[in-house]
Write a protein that binds this ligand. Structure first.
Ligand SMILES: C[S@@+](CC[C@H](N)C(=O)[O-])C[C@H]1O[C@@H](n2cnc3c(N)ncnc32)[C@H](O)[C@@H]1O
Length: 381
């Protein structure tokens, strides 16, 4: 399936609430570089990109093969090029986003990895049958999206099956998601069921009117999330990290890090490479300030890093040669056409003609109360 210097894309089928999620992301307009620079939430976007960049640089090695759940518009493609990945498989449920990812991939100049894109619900479909036989991954990434899996246990288990089935022993499953400690603490702090600021809004429903979240029932706690310029009233689900870690253990994953993004920022202060990336990515504005509302929105998120127990993942030795071969390739061969997106279905039956053109457009988690205090404003960048 994946050949050096080529890209192909495949499709999965969305279901349940996820179709609604896909619609939300399909509606987000593609912004040009200039518009992205003028975004109202530019600091938040840059900060989130910096977090992802640091995670990728810290846990990947040249020559890695990477699976990216919910890859969106391919916003991390350049990060994977910088990390000298060798092969990248991205999947997402929003077709419009994948088409934009195709464009972004084609625009990357210089040596780049080969790429396959899959369209569909990667928390409902068994990915295995859509992947090249024998293909294994050094790292699985899921940025700002596993909360969509926490609708029920079956989806979480399918997500974990997909994350681990082809992950090498010692390999990493990492990402960013919402921090239930913060979400619930903010919910407890208001009288009603909504909270937020001009940048974001969280709306819990009457189902959670009692604000009682039991540890033994960690799934299906829905809220609606709005983020300026991104999504409006989009259904998401609380991710209870201890429950996530417990189930992940059954799949051979050990949680080695989970940090609220505020704490993540504090801890990276002493890491030279991370702070260089912070400057390179111009996370702060000219006045070196960070808007309070955006900093508060960032507080809603946490990192997570799991390692598959067993031997260490290879450091990509031999990959330098392969990367050299890539760099020698004719740029034309690295083009990705939207028609190469391939469809995957829930049952795993793929029709050969299912290309983009033929597819219609389609507590009490009680520890939440014991979490550390919010970093005070002095810890704001
Ligand atoms: C906040 S965006 C993050 C995109 C990308 N990971 C990034 O960091 O730039 C969330 C993405 O998750 C995707 N998504 C949500 N549920 C999904 C699912 N079940 N399977 C695949 N993608 C999903 C959405 O379409 C959207 O592109």
């Amino acid at each position: 399936m994946a050949q050096v210097g080529s890209v192909e894309t495949r499709v999965l089928v969305a279901m349940g609430d996820n179709e609604r999620v896909a619609e939300h992301y399909n509606r987000v307009e593609q912004r040009g570089l200039r518009e992205r620079r003028e975004s109202r939430i530019i600091r938040l976007r840059k900060f989130n990109n910096w977090v992802k960049d640091v995670l990728i640089q810290q846990y990947s090695r040249p020559g890695y093969t990477v699976l990216d759940f919910a890859c969106g518009k391919g916003g991390d493609l350049l990060k994977w090029q910088r990390a000298m990945a060798l092969h990248y498989v991205g999947c997402d449920t929003a077709l419009v986003s994948l088409q934009q990812a195709v464009g972004r991939y084609s625009e990357i100049t210089g040596p780049k990895f080969t790429c396959s894109l899959l369209w569909g619900d990667c928390f409902a479909v068994d990915l295995d049958s859509y992947l090249e036989p024998g293909l294994t991954f050094d790292l699985v990434s899921c940025q700002f999206a596993i909360h969509y899996a926490f609708e029920n246990e079956a989806r979480v288990r399918q997500m974990l099956t997909n994350a681990t089935a082809r992950l090498k022993k010692g390999g990493y499953f990492l990402g960013t998601t919402t921090d239930s400690n913060v979400l619930l603490r903010k919910l407890y702090a208001v009288q009603h069921l909504t909270f937020g600021n001009p940048v974001y809004a969280v709306r819990f429903t009457d189902e959670n009117a009692r604000k009682c979240f039991r540890k033994d029932q960690p799934f299906g706690h829905k809220y609606f999330f709005t983020l300026d310029e991104q999504v409006e009233d989009c259904p998401e689900f609380v991710v209870h990290m201890p429950a996530f870690a417990r189930i992940a253990e059954e799949y051979g994953l050990k949680l080695i890090e989970a940090k609220n993004l505020h704490q993540f920022w504090v801890d990276q202060q002493t890491v030279d490479a991370s702070m260089k990336s912070f400057e390179r990515n111009k996370v702060l504005g000219h006045d070196r300030s960070f808007p309070c509302d955006e900093w508060d929105a960032i507080y809603l998120y946490t990192t997570f890093v799991f390692q598959k127990t067993g031997d260490m993942a290879p450091l990509g030795l031999g990959a330098v040669d392969a990367l050299q071969r890539l760099s020698d390739l004719n740029e034309d061969k690295l083009r990705l056409e939207p028609s190469q997106i391939i469809r995957m279905t829930v049952q795993g039956s793929m029709t050969v003609d299912d290309t983009v053109d033929s597819v219609p457009q389609v507590n009490a988690m009680s520890d939440s109360r014991d979490s550390p205090e919010s970093p005070d404003s002095s810890s704001r960048p």
